[in-house]
Every structure is written in structure tokens, then in C-alpha cells.
Design a protein around this ligand. Sequence first.
Ligand SMILES: O=C(O)CCc1c2[nH]c(c1CC(=O)O)Cc1[nH]c(c(CC(=O)O)c1CCC(=O)O)Cc1[nH]c(c(CC(=O)O)c1CCC(=O)O)Cc1[nH]c(c(CCC(=O)O)c1CC(=O)O)C2
Ligand SMILES: C[S@@+](CC[C@H](N)C(=O)[O-])C[C@H]1O[C@@H](n2cnc3c(N)ncnc32)[C@H](O)[C@@H]1O
Length: 591
Amino acid sequence: MVRDLLTLPSSLPLITAGFATDQVHLLVGTGSTDSVSVCKNRIHSILNAGGNPIVVNPSSPGHIKQLHSEFGSFKEFQIIEREFTLSDLTTLGRLLVCKVVDRVFVDLPTAQSSLCDEIFWQCQKLRIPINTFHKPEFSTFNMIPTWVDPKGSGLQIAVTTNGNGYILANRIKRDIISHLPPNISEVVINMGYLKDRIINEDHKTLLKEKYYQTDMSLPGFGYGLDEDGWESHKFNKLIREFEMTSREQRLKRTRWLSQVMEYYPMNKLSDIKLEDFETSSSSNKKPKQESVSDDIASPTGEKIEEDTNQVQLSESRKKEDSKTSGKISLVGSGPGSVSMLTIGAMQEIKTADIILADKLVPQAILDLIPSKTETFIAKKFPGNAERAQQELLSKGLESLTNGLKVVRLKQGDPYIFGRGGEEYNFFKSHGYIPSVLPGISSSLACTVLAQIPATQRDVADQVLICTGTGRKGALPKIPEFVESRTTVFLMALHRANVLITELLKNGWDSDVPAAIVERGSCPDQRVTRTLLKWVPEVVEEIGSRPPGVLVVGKAVNALADHDLVNFDESRKFVIDEGFREFEIDIDSLFK
Ligand SMILES: O=C(O)CCc1c2[nH]c(c1CC(=O)O)Cc1[nH]c(c(CC(=O)O)c1CCC(=O)O)Cc1[nH]c(c(CC(=O)O)c1CCC(=O)O)Cc1[nH]c(c(CCC(=O)O)c1CC(=O)O)C2
Ligand SMILES: C[S@@+](CC[C@H](N)C(=O)[O-])C[C@H]1O[C@@H](n2cnc3c(N)ncnc32)[C@H](O)[C@@H]1O
């Protein structure tokens, strides 16, 4: 690589979102060309961030005129029409910080470029961040091309290539923005609104109570603006729906919103309301109470089944006198990639009157649904899965009695931990025999996507697909350890520590290879290889990118580069990011 090591930092810059409210930012010089566009962009950025831009040593009367006409109406903006002196650094700043300016931008005409060195070292001594235009050697930070949502949602998108090309960075930024849903502003505004409401209504009551730790147990959803903890594994941590502590009860909506942000189709997040949570989580919700009391009891499983029976009775009564009856299919949509959807599933998606989709059905599949088709996405999140299931079934039944073609779009395969069998029985008991279309289950797709041959001669002669979480969050019956078996655990990562402990207690080899395969076949697929004994701490370290499977067995490394998977205490895991989608030209397929 041809790089001028003298000018560019060898390590990557630390990207932060710096607060600049009321700060004084000094712009020394306005550039050596007729255009003041760079200076203008900086002044706009400083004003947008609530700062006070002061221009000193403007390069020409023309520049002064242009800047006054653009920024003259801003009281925060100043131009000092004289040469720069080093004392400006310690006299033009805020009283709060002894008049030291908070940030310096240098863009001097060529004739004054010798000053750059002096300004830089003075700023270093005073610990003032400094950027010198096109001189990285005299800079401690650089501005990066940033898109600011013009609708004021607060969304900003910045891209840096760390010196590989400003134009390229701008183009990458434009490409990212072009892929956002058109209503992204409304999505961001709505999510921020719901977060603030939940914090004010749920968390503040907790803060008054003795046991509430101030360390948010759900990073990425704290009071502040820190958004770098968003992949924490905790937002998906196992919560038993029917055995929540009163504290977990109070944080229920926090978990719900975290999962909605993680799972729900991006473009639909603008329509989510807190009432959605109430309806999908407790159709018999207690009357709203002023303060959250200790006696909120989660409905028991029996209560929910009774409710479901109520749904059945009332719907079946309706059915008797309905004139036409609808049709229903339970359709497996595969792990997520469109290239792994069956033709039958595609046909069902294209011809449905209403689609009832799992929350796990990824965006790429949902995007295939014709815009005219009503889509209802299960709001199943930790702690309200049963109620959401009931809501979904009654929606399906209502549509059937109205004579609609109902497609129940399940993630992966309907009969692999998809409640497909229960749903089949439910609709059959109401006189609707579902047609069931298999899908590629994530349990097998993820092994292939991670380059794991689930069976291979002299490596593995059997495959076991096992849940990590049973009814009401119970542990499954722990399978025996078989050296020649590949075991794929689903619904397991949110309780990896408990599960692994049980496996090791039951004679599983702690050094057997293991792989965590998350968001298989989606653009943000992640494969993490490690050893079984280290899975809990690896999950803790890399955070959660659900949904994910845990694959255990010698087959995990059968095709891997042995140097890469030769783990020890100093290197316990290796990550392989991303999935290269097969290009699918759907139209040509059906010509
Ligand atoms: O490991 C993780 O990160 C979370 C694992 C995970 C679970 N449910 C989930 C996922 C996928 C996901 O949300 O990423 C999400 C999940 N669980 C399930 C489905 C399929 C469906 O409900 O249509 C789905 C997907 C729902 C959807 O996408 O809308 C099904 C399920 N949940 C459960 C079971 C096991 C059982 O009930 O016997 C089963 C399989 C039933 C069967 O064999 O057909 C139970 C389960 N799964 C789980 C939990 C913990 C609470 C919770 O997190 O929902 C619980 C406890 C409970 O629901 O009472 C874990
Ligand atoms: C309730 S089960 C549904 C399984 C689904 N019926 C199937 O056949 O793939 C949900 C679990 O499937 C796994 N899962 C689903 N989609 C996945 C994906 N794209 N990548 C990795 N794991 C996935 C995760 O273990 C998740 O906890």
C-alpha cells in the first residue's frame, strides 16, 4: 500500500459524537481560494451543534462579504478582521474555561502557511483539538462528511475512509442514505419518543426504589445518548414470561422496545405505539395505575389458554353462519435470504389477502409482499410471547371467517420450533385445514452458511436440532454428548451460560468446537468460532445480534483453516462477518 506514513496516522481515528453547545470554535483563515465553501460548511456544522464560530484572519474582503451575507443574522457568529495572534487561543474562549477556545480550524492562505506549525504546537500544549485543512500532520481531528436529517429527527450519518478519499467517503455516505426507508425521519422520531416515554413512566419510578441499580441492565437503552452498547447480549436476556420479578415487570416495556428496534421492519417502526405493547402483552390488562404497584401478577399459562379457548368459541360460533370460508397456509420462509425462499412460498406471498408474519421474518422477505396485501407482524418479544401468539391466532381466524386467503409466514421451517404444529391443530379445530409449505430451517442453513458440514465422513454421522429454551423458559432435557454428532441449538444464546453449564455437567467435552451463527443469510450475518467452554464469555464479549444458533461438534472446524481456529487463553474466538447474497433475478426465473 502506497501511503505517506509521515502525514497520515497509522491507526484508525476514534469516532465520537462531540457535544459543542455554547463552545467557542475558532476558524483561523478562510482558505486560499475564492470559494469559502469549506469555511461555510464548518460554520454550519458548528452552528448546528450549538457552538459559537469565530472567524479570525479572513483571507480576503470577498470572503468577509460572503460570510456576513450567509451568517450575519446568527448572533453566535463573529468575524474578527485582523491577523491571527497566538493569544487569540487563550482570550477568545468562554469564561467557564478561562477563555481558552474549545476547538480550532486552520485554513490559512499559502503565504501564511508557516504559521500552521506554531498554531498546532500551541494547541497541543493547551490541549485544544485542532484541524488544519489538508495538513493531517498539523491536525488532531478531521471533519467527516456528515448527512444531517433535514427533518430534524436527530439522525446523522457520517462516513470516513481515514484518508482513502473524501469523494469516496461522500459517495459511500450517499449510498447508505439511499438505502434507508423514505420515512426514516419518522422512524427515528417515533422511537425516540417511545424511549423517552418509557424512561419517564417506568424507569423513574424504579430510580426511587432502593433496589434499582443505576447501571442500566439493558445497555443501549439508558438515559444518555451512548449508542455504542447496542449489541449487548442483555436486551435479549432470558426473561420467563410468567415468573418475572417486579423489577423485570417494570422493565418489560424497555425490553419490548429494544426488541422492536432490533427486529421490527425498519419502515414500520414509525407506526409503533406504546399501546401496541399493551394490546400484544396483556389483553386483560389491569386498569392503568398511577404508580406501578408490586401486585402486578403476570397471567398464568392457564389463563392464556382459557382466553384462547374464548377466542375459539366466539370465532367458531361466527363460522357457522359465515357465507364463504377462507383458506390458510403455514409457509416456511427460510432463514432470511430471498435466494433461500421456495417457489411455493413465493407464490403464497404474492397471492395472499393477508399475511401473518413472525417477527423473525427478515426485511428482505417482507419486502416481497405486495403493497396491497395487509401484513400483520407478530409482536412476540420476551415476556409476551404467549399473548402475542393468541392475538395472531385470533387475527387469522377472523380473516378466515371473512373468506380471506391467509398466509401464516413462519421463519425458517414451520415445524422446527415454530409452533407450526400447534397452529395447524388450532385452525383444523375450527374447520380450516392449513396447507403447510416447508422452508429451509435456520438450524441447517446456518451450518452451511458457516461452512460447517453438518455430517461428514469420519467427522459427524448424525445431526441433532435442539431447543435451548423450552416452555415457559425451561431448560430442555440435556442431550447426551456424542462425539460424532453435530448439535444445533436454537433459542439458546440468550441463556448460553446456563445451557453450557448444564452441558458440561452432563459430560459434554468442554474443548469441542462451537460456532455462534447469527442472522444467517442476512447482510449482517456473523459467524463466531470458539470452544464450547468459552461460549458464555464470548457471547458476553461480542454482544447479541439475534436471532442466532449455537452449533457444537467437530464438524464446526472440519473445513476451517486450522491456524484460524487454533484457540488458546490469549485468543479464544474468531469472527467472520457478512453474507454474500446470491444475485437473484426473480423476473427471469419465471419467464
Ligand atoms: O436466544 C435468543 O436470543 C432468543 C431466543 C428466542 C426465544 N423465543 C424466540 C426466540 C428468537 C428470538 O427472539 O431471537 C422467538 C420465538 N419462539 C418461538 C417462535 C415461533 C412462534 O412463536 O411462532 C418464535 C419466533 C416468534 C416470531 O418471530 O414472531 C416458539 C417457541 N418459543 C418457545 C418454544 C418452546 C416451547 O414453548 O416449548 C417454542 C417452540 C414451540 C414449538 O416447539 O413449536 C419458548 C421460548 N423461547 C424463548 C423463550 C424465552 C422468552 C423469549 O425470549 O421469548 C421461551 C419461553 C416462552 O416463550 O415461554 C426464546
Ligand atoms: C422459534 S425458533 C424458529 C426456528 C425456525 N422455525 C427455523 O426453522 O429456522 C427461533 C430460533 O431460530 C434461530 N434462527 C432463526 N433465524 C435465524 C437466522 N437467520 N440465523 C440464525 N439463527 C436463526 C435462532 O436460534 C432463533 O432463536
